[in-house]
Design a protein around this ligand. Sequence first.
Ligand code: GLA
Length: 386
Amino acid sequence: MSSPFARDELTARFMAAFGHAPDGVWAAPGRVNLIGEHTDYNEGFVLPFAIGPTARAAVRRRTDRTARLISSYGDEGLVTVDLERLAPSNMHGWTAYPLGVAWVLGQQGVTVPGFDLFLDSSVPTGAGLSSSAAIECAVALALNELTGAGLTREELVPVGQRAENEVVGAPTGILDQSASLLGTEGHAVFLDCRSRRAESVPLDLAGAQLVLLVVDTRVSHTHATGGYASRRASCELGAEVLGVPALRDLGAADLREAAGLLDDETYRRVRHIVTENDRVLATVKVLVEEGPAAIGALLTASHASMRDDFEISCPELDLAVQTALANGALGARMTGGGFGGSAIALIPAPAEQTIRQQILAAFHSAGFRPPDVFTVTPAAGARRIA
Ligand code: GLA
């Protein structure tokens, strides 16, 4: 899924697959979370931004209730389904994302007609950059427009999230879909996951002579199993024992009492969420008052908290962070759900080549797979492109 087809080529591929032109083409980006990890489902704060790579869906309405789907990267070829019989238990593989969105819209009372869909994406899968949310958001935007459902972007966020939770089976929050749908070029999305109020915060990296490097460790993760769900369960347990609706309701001053009431592991999970929420608020303040060059220490502190308290890092992510910092990065952290995926490093532009080389060399020496290293900038959110 490296380079996306140009819009015209996507249309040509659609025509070759289905024998007619699409009604339109919709694109939605992946995201990098600058800071605020696992805080979304604790009703806390996050600060992601949309990135350049997008999922693109060419779609045409049909007059029956059949959906036909094909992608430039799945092995299945053309998949044909009867929308009348759609249920979470019978959606599989990549088609669970677009079909999941159609199913959720149906559950919410939107009459979704049959459709033909061709999907392409340049968001790397398994890199922790929300390739699945990108698909959900492109399809949600397309079906919203083609059905005339008239849902706002804010209302489409939980459509993608429900597809993820109820169809794919990953108990994730609203971070990824919010970044993809609400992101704007040159800005991060500061989101309060309780009130759902989103604010654009300028993130002018180039203006500060900085680059944001992504190190995709190519260690795969899935949030439908294991660690992600158990972290979420620990947070829910912590909130219950401490008698608050969500960990969002705790501050640093509550941690002393929490230490006496919780087992050590649950306490450390709670401490990560409480301190991470504070770091997001501090990052927004520093970005506004001093600019991006001043947020490095907050990013690095976030990584330490995820590594030591939340325990969602892995040796490859730690090595990427440590090597970037040792070679002049201002700050670095893993990004996304963890257990693999990507790290980010905020670096002065002149140090980019050295840091790239040092990271590749460090991975080689450690006997790790070569990571994929590239830069990202805050890009536009989901949109119709044809
Ligand atoms: C994944 C989930 C998000 C969020 C992050 C961790 O990306 O999809 O909802 O919980 O992990 O911050």
